[in-house]
Design a protein around this ligand. Structure first.
Ligand SMILES: Nc1nc2c(ncn2[C@@H]2O[C@H](COP(=O)(O)OP(=O)(O)OP(=O)(O)O)[C@@H](O)[C@H]2O)c(=O)[nH]1
Ligand SMILES: [Mg+2]
Length: 353
């Protein structure tokens, strides 16, 4: 899963990317399209606690890839093209970084600081691109119909779907809010529709700045205010110094962690866990995944030879301190292939190949 960080030039995308990755990419304006990617651990206090309980050789968090994508102007003209269009198309989600911080020495692409305006223009940028994609598809379907070839029925059912997309987009509403069925979304997967992808807005605040109210412009898009520059500085601190800093300022955790967790949840992902002396590990799965498919994430043999899963919710394991104790107390759930795995389930798969 890949999350693209987009926004106007000089809004703090690379700064936030650096905070995410504890890297130090230069934050200069290069003027050309550049993409940096990095795999980031999803912070999860449950994994921290399980790791403390088992003291394993290895602790593995769920992971997501973030891409710092410079060059999406968000001018609201729908003119994203070429390589950039392709890069955006392969993302599973967008984080739109909106500048709120004031700094006269850093020019703003539209000269003034106006988060509400920038949110609206990025949204219409993505929407207009989809409008173009959908219109092109509809006219190709028209041609196909006159030429013959594919069955009339196939063409008509595709036409019906794309006509509905067109109608929705014409009302200035992103495709992600259309309530498309999983089946329809699957059919559309090859078209890389941008407004269909989940999105998160990050308001990049200056020091001591309050977050502006952009709820009207953001609509259903979640908004996370944070101080990009501060987050980057925090991310460069050694862990023990970070703890001291957070305690001193009464901060529970860096806002960035919240951003990571929300961006993970927006992908419709959650985690189940495996535990043991060798490894404590979080496994990302789509919500609604059954036990057999979840087992397949660990290894295909576990899915193929699946017999049953021994399952306990995280809280229960923390209370009883071991899977063996849960088994002795008769508290382990014994589940079959079709069991829908829940967020935070500890799972032990019995299999035979
Ligand atoms: N004062 C202040 N400056 C910031 C903040 N975040 C970023 N900057 C500065 O703004 C400038 C641009 O930041 P970048 O992170 O490079 O922004 P960007 O969106 O990646 O820029 P491009 O890749 O050129 O589009 C840098 O000089 C940063 O130091 C912030 O929260 N406060
Ligand atoms: Mg940058």
């Amino acid at each position: 899963m890949k999350i693209g960080i987009i926004g106007l030039p000089q809004t703090g995308k690379t700064t936030i990317f650096n905070a995410l990755t504890r890297q130090n990419q230069p934050t200069t304006m290069s003027g050309k399209m550049e993409i940096h990617t990095a795999v980031v651990d999803i912070p999860d206090s449950r994994i921290d606690n399980l790791s403390e309980l088992y003291n394993p050789k290895k602790t593995t968090y769920a992971k997501v890839t973030y891409a710092d994508i410079a060059g999406v102007e968000g001018r609201g003209q729908g003119d994203i093209s070429g390589r950039l269009r392709n890069e955006l198309g392969i993302m599973d989600e967008f984080i739109h970084v909106v500048r709120v911080f004031e700094d006269a020495s850093i020019p703003h692409a539209a000269n003034t600081i106006n988060p509400a305006r920038d949110i609206l223009s990025m949204n219409s940028e993505l929407l207009l691109n989809d409008l173009i994609t959908v219109e092109q598809k509809l006219s190709r379907l028209e041609e196909e119909r006159s030429k013959g070839g594919r069955s009339k029925q196939d063409i008509e059912s595709e036409k019906e779907l794309f006509a509905r997309l067109l109608e929705h987009l014409s009302e200035d509403s992103p495709l992600r809010e259309m309530g498309l069925t999983d089946d329809e979304i699957k059919k559309l997967s090859g078209y890389q529709l941008l407004s269909l992808k989940p999105m998160l807005i990050v308001l990049n605040l200056g020091e001591g700045q309050a977050a502006p109210d952009v709820s009207a412009e953001a609509g259903n898009i979640p908004v996370i205010p944070l101080q990009g520059k501060l987050e980057m500085e925090l991310a460069q601190l050694p862990m023990d110094e970070l703890d001291i800093f957070l305690e001193e300022y009464g901060i529970e955790e860096p806002s960035l962690n919240r951003m990571i967790r929300e961006s993970y949840a927006l992908l419709s992902l959650h985690s189940f866990f495996t535990v043991g002396e060798d490894e404590v590990r979080a496994w990302p799965i789509k919500k609604g995944t059954n036990a057999q498919d979840a087992a397949g994430e660990i290894h295909s043999d576990l899915s193929r030879g699946f017999i049953r899963a021994e399952v306990a919710p995280y809280d229960l394991l923390m209370e009883f301190k071991s899977m063996a104790e849960l088994r002795n107390q008769g508290k382990l759930q014994i589940e079959g292939k079709t069991y829908i795995v829940r967020n935070g389930d500890i799972m032990h798969v019995r299999f035979n190949v």
